[in-house]
Ligand binder design. Structure first.
Ligand SMILES: CC(=O)N[C@H]1[C@@H](OP(=O)(O)OP(=O)(O)OC[C@H]2O[C@@H](n3ccc(=O)[nH]c3=O)[C@H](O)[C@@H]2O)O[C@H](CO)[C@@H](O)[C@@H]1O
Length: 367
């Protein structure tokens, strides 16, 4: 089987693509898989590390108002379509799969025009603009939440699969994970991460908390996002002694281990991170990013809060004292902690990758 997978920009579109690719390889070791992304997107770093080939094309997003940027974007879109066509023609895939982000627009659209089987996967309750448009042209629309179905007119193409995540989230043991990310004093480990790109607001709040509470009875691992790392390090340069309790990293490549090792995770409310949190059954404090399309992160976060698996803090209410007291509230009350862990496990959907693989088989066998 020959498969092209395209999705990019942020980890939330790339890691599901890798999870799908890994499943195809597991079931079908002779399959050939090619990724298409952009050079600027995180995919050009993450995909080769996961062991897959990637080709890049040029894309840009269209803005709602007519502007010079829009004219330029239109030109880039045409270029991207042409580049996508060339790659697809040479590779001759049996199926092309899009997992969201602007890059999969020209790739999946072009594949559909060339008569190749196509499928998209949407991670969120509120679909992204690219997927909403592509829904008209593809053969199958895999969604993660039943609620997303109302945003697609093409009812007969829909299938609810859940979010595909890397197999390691289900398979690695807590002992092995803790060996990698163990806390020096056996204190509880709190992982803080603002999605694949990091969060300026969350980084600032944690930095303020570090300075206000330099010695704590838990340990913090703050993942700043690659773009923001040096700023965070500069901001605490006068307070280096606090690094005894606070570790700071720019990015984590082995997130399954870090998530499995921690006792509590504080993060933005991207759909893939949430799926991963549930897979490892951890309690969380979710801080939805306020500017996301249709405010979809708050919706993700509230769904988990309703189940009792998470506390939610809105970005506007976030400050060092609030964050510190919320961490204490969860960690110091063992019953709360246990109840949140159980609710998190109960929210987990384990079969998304298998369901997507089945759909791929159906589409390619029908060919
Ligand atoms: C700002 C924004 O619009 N973000 C969206 C985006 O990106 P975003 O990348 O922020 O989304 P997610 O939080 O869902 O996923 C992040 C992914 O990156 C991984 N990771 C993160 C940090 C790190 O150091 N190492 C690492 O491996 C996580 O394990 C996860 O697999 O796509 C998601 C899925 O469509 C959406 O729900 C998010 O709302």
């Amino acid at each position: 089987m020959k498969v092209i997978i395209s999705g990019g920009g942020t980890g939330g579109h790339i890691y599901p693509a890798i999870a799908i690719a890994n499943k195809i390889k597991e079931k079908n070791p002779n399959s050939q898989i090619l990724f298409i992304g952009t050079e600027k997107g995180l995919e050009s770093d993450i995909v080769p590390k996961a062991g897959y080939d990637i080709k890049t094309i040029t894309v840009s997003h269209l803005r709602r108002k007519l502007s010079f940027h829009n004219v330029k974007s239109g030109g880039m879109l045409l270029k991207g379509l042409w580049q996508a066509r060339k790659i697809i023609k040479n590779f001759k895939p049996d199926i092309v799969i899009g997992t969201g982000g602007f890059v999969c627009g020209p790739v999946v659209f072009m594949a559909a025009q060339m008569g190749i089987k196509t499928m998209i996967h949407e991670q969120n309750v509120f679909p992204g603009i690219t997927n909403k448009i592509l829904g008209r042209y593809v053969d199958r629309i895999a969604i993660s939440f039943e609620e997303a179905s109302k945003y697609f007119k093409e009812r007969n193409k829909l299938i609810v699969t859940g979010n595909p995540i890397r197999q390691e989230f289900f398979s690695i043991s807590t002992e092995v994970a803790k060996e990698k990310y163990k806390s020096e004093k056996e204190n509880p480990l709190v992982l803080i991460v603002g999605g694949s790109g990091g969060s300026i607001g969350l980084n600032k709040t944690v930095t303020d908390m570090m300075i206000k509470h330099p010695s704590i009875d838990f340990e913090i691992l703050l993942v700043t996002g690659k773009k923001h790392y040096s700023e965070v390090i500069n901001n605490i340069s006068q307070h280096k002694h606090i690094l005894k309790y606070y570790k700071i990293l720019a990015y984590i490549d082995d997130m399954p281990y870090a998530l499995k090792a921690c006792d509590l995770i504080i993060c933005s409310a991207g759909a893939i991170t949430i799926t991963e949190i549930n897979a490892v059954g951890k309690p969380s404090i979710l801080i939805p990013k306020a500017y996301t399309a249709e405010n979809h992160q708050e919706y993700n976060a509230r769904a988990l809060e309703k189940r009792g698996a998470a506390l939610v803090i809105k970005e506007n209410d976030l400050n060092a004292d609030h964050l510190y007291s919320s961490i204490q509230e969860v960690l110091q009350n063992k019953e709360t902690l246990k109840a949140m862990e159980k609710a998190s496990v109960d929210a987990s959907k384990k079969h998304a990758t298998d369901s997507i693989y089945l759909e791929i088989l159906k589409l390619t066998v029908d060919k």
